[in-house]
Design a protein around this ligand. Structure first.
Ligand SMILES: *Cc1c(COP(=O)(O)O)cnc(C)c1O
Length: 425
């Protein structure tokens, strides 16, 4: 498609966009009395208008029913988390039985490692990516230490080639082969939070299995962003937070995928609690743990219903729209943003470098842009002029035009503000 960097052209793209009305379903902060251009849905998604209603319903049920709400609320609390499974299954490509929602992301990865990282003196290494999201680094290091290993002996980091901004699948596969039968677990971010690169999860998962390792994925930047087929890719486990592309609200509950081949097994270790107990017998308070037959066996505590209510509101929108439609718009709006960046770059003679892969298969919603020669003042200028983005040292801005609520006109206007910010000094 031939794009044009004009207001009229952007308006036309919005008119043709079948999802354009969804912008009104979200609440935008305002700067100088005007709704912002929001590029940080990869960090905290906007609030869906329906979220408040879902929270209010729980408040009412709590007021009117108190403890009886567990069974008699409009959406009963005792199995509230099960409402997410089928809907989330469609987002991540898992069977409903393979999905559960609980806790928060890093906590869940730790809990899943209790099952999927049982190192022996021969097989004890974890392969991850260099410069992984800090929480993942802390988590992996603390796990190997917990099992009596040092970081140096047990943590293997995949590196980018010198001068390159993203990982090559062949290098990851080579590293997995190299570590071979010492590899206990491959655990990587499916979409890199810094560069926006989408990894070839299918190939990497198969490579891990070929050396007898388990393979798990941190999908914080992937869920609700890219096409996922966790079941078909035979991923062992995965977890994601819901407050980024999934718009569930700050610090909200995390989703987990646990491949069905691990359900009902008695030979696995797992950290357990009463919410993973056979739900029909949960309130009989029996001494012996009887696990649920599916991913819900990994549940521990009773669910934080008030927190989860906005997640459910958001998830219903995902169900109504569906990932294919979101991805179709995503591809177009990201391509338009990329075009705008190149146009502005030419106009102001700057030297932007987009460090996200240009191939649609290897990227999702995010473009990470190196603004060579520009400083933090430009970022401040953008923020003061209603463009919400984020800044990563040395001078990278991450732009994620979430297809649910960003418009093509937003991209055009962003270009104009960016240009003004660069020309001003
Ligand atoms: C956002 C993010 C997290 C956040 O973890 P929480 O436990 O939800 O605070 C973890 N890992 C990655 C890769 C992330 O992008």
């Amino acid at each position: 498609m031939r794009f044009e960097n004009t207001k009229e052209f952007a308006e036309q793209l919005d008119k043709e966009d079948k999802l354009s009305s969804y912008k009104n379903e979200f609440i935008f902060p305002k700067v100088n009395g005007k709704e912002v251009i929001y590029f940080t849905g990869n960090s905290l998604g906007l609030q869906p208008r329906s979220a408040k209603k879902y929270v209010d319903e729980v408040m009412e049920d709590w007021a009117n029913l108190a403890v009886e709400g567990h069974f008699y609320a409009d959406k009963p609390w005792w199995d509230y988390h099960e409402r997410f499974s089928a809907k989330l299954g469609k987002v991540v490509g898992g069977k409903p039985s393979e999905i559960t929602v609980m806790n928060t992301l890093t906590v869940n990865l730790h809990l899943l490692m209790a099952t999927f990282y049982s190192p022996t003196s021969k097989r004890f290494k974890i392969i991850c990516e260099e410069k992984a999201f800090p929480s993942d680094q802390y988590m992996i290091t603390s796990q190997v230490k917990f099992h009596g290993f040092t970081e140096e002996e047990a943590v293997v980091k995949i590196e980018k080639r010198k001068g390159e901004h993203y990982f090559r699948t062949e290098d990851i596969v080579t590293k997995i082969k190299e570590v071979g039968d010492e590899c206990a677990l491959v655990l990587i971010g499916g979409v890199n939070y810094y560069s926006g690169q989408v990894l070839d999860m299918k190939t990497i998962t198969a490579a891990g299995h070929a050396v007898g390792s388990k393979v798990g994925w941190d999908l914080a930047h992937a869920a609700g962003n890219i096409e996922l087929n966790l079941h078909d890719w035979e991923v062992d486990f995965a977890a994601w937070c819901s407050y980024k592309y999934m718009n569930s609200g700050p610090g909200n509950a995390s989703g987990c995928f646990i491949n069905e081949k691990y359900h009902g097994r008695t030979d696995l270790s797992r950290l357990e609690g009463w919410w993973g107990h056979n739900k029909e017998r949960r309130f009989l308070m029996e001494p012996e743990f009887q696990p649920e037959p599916d991913a819900n066996a990994w549940q521990i505590s009773n669910a934080p219903i008030l927190a989860m209510a906005p997640y459910l509101a958001s998830l219903e929108m995902f169900e109504n729209v569906g990932m294919p439609a979101l991805i179709e718009k995503r591809n177009k709006i990201v391509a338009y943003l990329e075009f705008i960046l190149h146009e502005i770059d030419k106009e102001v003679d700057a030297s932007f470098e987009i460090i996200t892969p240009s191939n649609q298969k290897e990227r999702g919603t995010q473009l990470s842009v190196f603004l060579h020669g520009e400083g933090k003042e430009l970022f401040n200028y953008l923020m003061e002029n209603g463009v919400i983005t984020d800044w990563r040292e040395p001078n990278v801005i991450r732009l994620a035009p979430a297809p649910f609520y960003c418009s093509f006109q937003d991209m055009y206007e962003f270009g104009q503000i960016l240009k003004a910010g660069i020309l001003k000094d």
